[in-house]
Design a protein around this ligand. Sequence first.
Ligand SMILES: C[S@@+](CC[C@H](N)C(=O)[O-])C[C@H]1O[C@@H](n2cnc3c(N)ncnc32)[C@H](O)[C@@H]1O
Length: 227
Amino acid sequence: MDADFWQKRWHDGQIGFHQDRATPLLEAHWNAAEVPSGGRVFVPLAGKSLDMLWLAARGHRVLGVELSPLAVEQFFVENRLTPSISESRYGRHYVAGAIELILGDAFALDAETLADCVGVFDRAALIALPASMRRRYAANLYSKLPDGCRGLLITLEYPQYEKAGPPFSVVEAEVRALFERDWRIEPLERKDIIDTQIAFREEGVTALTTAAYRLERWNTRQVSERG
Ligand SMILES: C[S@@+](CC[C@H](N)C(=O)[O-])C[C@H]1O[C@@H](n2cnc3c(N)ncnc32)[C@H](O)[C@@H]1O
């Protein structure tokens, strides 16, 4: 699941993960995340997700990061937005209204870039990565989000031996193992979706659940109180 893998997926139009609407679990649970209104929301591994537009329409500023130039171009063209473009050491920054999308590697972002992200929305991002990269992603990327940051994480669960990822199955125990040291984790909803996911059924998957979690980053004082 390196950069070449994703570049080829975009080049070949193999983007079955893309949705032509905002994520229903985002719409259902964003209020529960209690991200301060107007605050900036980080959207890692953003693709050309319409979730960014939905968050902007809710009054948030959005910071997405995506490594495919095709995804970034399509996001702005398809949504009839004309971005201004600048360069930094993180990559090429496309800015249109409240949305900033960095064409670059999420793992190369630093705490300074993410310092004003009071929210995070993670859909098809953590679960797009194999296990070893998920550990790196939690330890090296989420660790750079500021204390008090809140958000939603959306996962999928299915018998991993029935299909190769991505998307990968990530069960609650793994979510806790990855994040619990620094983040308060609250499961919000689990939904059986096998009946609506024909592609998974055709690949032989017999059970499929999606789950939404509320995340809140402990502040340093809370962590020391927890021992
Ligand atoms: C499964 S897609 C999900 C996209 C989006 N979150 C959505 O819901 O449609 C994962 C995306 O992450 C991008 N990606 C993978 N590794 C990345 C990295 N290290 N930095 C930035 N983007 C990355 C891929 O190009 C792909 O567009």
